[in-house]
Ligand binder design. Structure first.
Ligand SMILES: *Cc1c(COP(=O)(O)O)cnc(C)c1O
Length: 365
């Protein structure tokens, strides 16, 4: 039986993506060749790369606005260093918002390149909220933020207005909600959270911000070289890129980001309503900053854990434990997870409440 998959990443993808990509491994486009044994320069694969790059810009509303979409490798983690390499001016500085583990990892890499100003941080509160009231230095080369904090379950609902380029790690909420994407100058995301198989990283960059750092950039790390090579500077992660194409085609068929956003809101509302209503559970993120992708919560009484774990596993749920650094539970509700799957989890939470209220009634008698 197919599980209700709440894994944070790699994670659930639309069923048709699994089926079509499996078919492509056997016989791609009826070519008599597997996707895995054909040249990335073949007509068939170049068409995949062209289509997926165009579809990214179309879905984000960035067509014809000076942006390029690239499918690179090295994960979001390599972008932590490619961003300062390409954008931080020699002897310049960069501004970072510290909202969690991944933001912190990005800051660590930036420090290797120059002055890294952490303009705001929620570290002291175990990252349970998004900092507000911070100032971005006007002379920084760029401002970097993380739109969704996968581990702590917080999400930026708005982004600061600034005249310097805005860079955003959207690994875990890209294509999940409508935003004015023109407010960003560079967006990056590992494919494996909402887009496709692990191995590819999406970078969307406004071309005019490049070539200004004054640094000598190694070719493989140079966005301009990747743009010039149409995202084929070296052999791309062909399978992962193909799964991204299939996912984005699926998303377009659903009605694009605006349509999936409505479902994502319904899923998040259903689960958070239960977390708040059910006396056995408590949410860990500040309600105003709660992520619609990754909901983090705890059992009020840790003694209920064994029973709860048995119950959700029996209901066919998978991937619910929280990140090893925070514990508790994390329900990742990416685009491909259905509202029905969230209802299954909510039903188990209600059932747990019934089990324990019956027990305490018995104890009173
Ligand atoms: C998962 C994640 C990363 C790390 O991605 P890799 O592709 O493993 O390098 C970075 N940022 C965010 C927000 C993530 O969720």
């Amino acid at each position: 039986m197919k599980k209700h998959n709440y894994s944070a990443g790699p994670c659930i993808l639309p069923q048709e993506v699994f089926e079509k990509s499996a078919q492509a491994v056997l016989n791609f486009n009826n070519s008599g060749l597997s996707l895995l044994e054909m040249s990335h320069r073949s007509k068939d694969f170049v068409a995949v790369m062209d289509e997926v790059r165009a579809l990214v810009l179309e879905l984000l509303g960035l067509e014809g606005k000076g942006y390029q979409a690239l499918f690179l490798q090295g994960g979001a983690s390599l972008e932590f260093l490619m961003v300062p390499y390409n954008l931080m001016k020699v002897d310049g500085k960069a501004a970072y918002l510290d909202t969690g583990t991944w933001a912190n990892n990005a800051i660590k890499e930036a420090k290797l390149f120059g002055e890294t100003v952490v303009v705001g941080s929620s570290k002291e509160d175990n990252y349970n909220h998004i900092p507000t009231d911070y100032t971005i230095p006007a002379d920084a080369s760029y401002f970097h933020c993380t739109s969704n904090n996968t581990i702590f379950g917080t999400q930026m609902k708005s982004f600061p207005k600034t005249d310097i380029p805005v860079v955003c790690d959207m690994s875990s909420d890209i294509f999940s909600r409508t935003l004015d994407f023109t407010q960003f100058d560079l967006i990056y995301a590992g494919a494996q959270k909402n887009m496709g198989a692990a191995g590819a990283t999406l970078v969307v960059v406004k071309e005019e911000i490049l070539g200004k750092s004054g640094r000598t950039i190694p070719s493989i790390l140079d966005y301009e070289k990747h743009i010039k090579a149409e995202s084929m500077y070296n052999t791309p992660a062909v399978f992962a890129v193909y799964t991204c194409l299939l996912t984005l085609q699926w998303l377009k068929k659903q009605g694009g980001i605006a349509a999936i956003e409505k479902i994502n809101e319904a899923k998040a509302n259903l689960l958070y309503t239960e977390i708040d209503r059910n006396p056995l559970f408590i949410g860990t993120a500040n309600p105003a900053d709660r992520s619609f992708m990754n909901a983090t919560f705890l059992l009020v009484n840790p003694e209920h854990q064994e029973t709860f774990d048995k119950m959700w596993k029996a209901a066919g749920i998978s991937g619910l434990p929280g990140h090893r650094s925070v514990g508790g539970y994390r329900a990742s509700m990416y685009n491909a997870l259905s509202l029905e799957s969230v209802q299954v989890l909510v039903d188990v939470m209600k059932e747990l409440e019934t089990v324990y209220s019956n027990q305490s009634q018995l104890a009173e008698k």
